[in-house]
Design a protein around this ligand. Structure first.
Ligand SMILES: C[S@@+](CC[C@H](N)C(=O)[O-])C[C@H]1O[C@@H](n2cnc3c(N)ncnc32)[C@H](O)[C@@H]1O
Length: 232
């Protein structure tokens, strides 16, 4: 087993054990999700994909809120327990929902241009940089023309208290990644190439000193594929 597989196994075990308790982090995480729901133009979405859906709280917010009644929601998560919780939570929409357990791979088993929203919230901060770049590249492949990449992550602090807290978080993560649930502050815009993505909105906020970044970027068209990737 290589390092990556070992790390994924540890992350799966952590989130399987955490289960519904993951939602207790909502006291700070929810502010980032609310901004994403506002900025992601979900009332115009038809096919939404989420990488690392956790307990399905964002999916529920979208399905009960802005998503059109015929929009579909597809998700993967490394943790079978999280997938079970999400499926239960989204039972009222089961005809439009497909939630799968994954092996944690950032190579996605979905066709090109099948989605118009690609969401990942508080997951990129768990991936190493190489995995994060692979995931962004897959997001570009599975999104159709003008599709939106919708990301939320913890990030570096801004004010004094937040800077102190997030620096301590990084130190703790370096000491033992599982003490922080595997996540550490990252800078989302650094992962996106300007010729592939056009930034639509970018917010950095802080709640109780925890700094979060919300980034919505539009997939730029590859001129070589013009006309071939639009959503049906
Ligand atoms: C911090 S939780 C965030 C969950 C949810 N997105 C939210 O905002 O509440 C991270 C989630 O990502 C999942 N995860 C971590 N690494 C993953 C990977 N490589 N592939 C798929 N899911 C992953 C975990 O199992 C967990 O459910």
């Amino acid at each position: 087993m290589n390092d990556r597989e070992r790390r994924r196994r540890a992350i799966r075990r952590f989130y399987d054990r955490l289960g519904k308790l993951l939602d207790t982090q909502g006291f700070y995480e929810q502010s980032g999700l609310d901004i994403l729901v506002r900025e992601g133009r979900f009332n115009q979405a038809h096919d939404v994909f989420e990488f690392g859906c956790g307990t399905g709280r964002l999916a529920e917010q979208l399905l009960a809120g802005p998503l059109p009644v015929d929009a579909t929601y597809t998700a993967v998560d490394l943790s079978p327990r999280m997938v079970e919780i999400t499926r239960e939570r989204l039972a009222p929409w089961q005809n439009r929902v497909d939630v799968r357990v994954s092996d944690g791979s950032t190579h996605l088993d979905f066709p090109d241009a099948g989605f118009d929203r690609f969401i990942s919230t508080y997951v990129i901060d768990l991936l190493d940089e190489e995995e994060a770049l692979e995931l962004i590249s897959e997001a570009h492949r599975v999104l159709c023309r003008d599709g939106l990449l919708c990301l939320v992550s913890i990030t570096n602090g801004t004010g004094l208290f937040s800077r102190l807290l997030m620096s301590s978080w990084k130190l703790l993560h370096r000491f033992s990644p599982l003490l922080t649930g595997g996540c550490r502050p990252v800078r989302l815009p650094c992962l996106l190439q300007a010729d592939e993505w056009e930034e639509e909105s970018h917010h950095v906020i802080s709640r109780f000193g925890v700094a979060m970044e919300v980034l919505v970027s539009r997939r730029r068209e590859d001129p070589r594929l013009q006309g071939e990737r639009s959503c049906a």
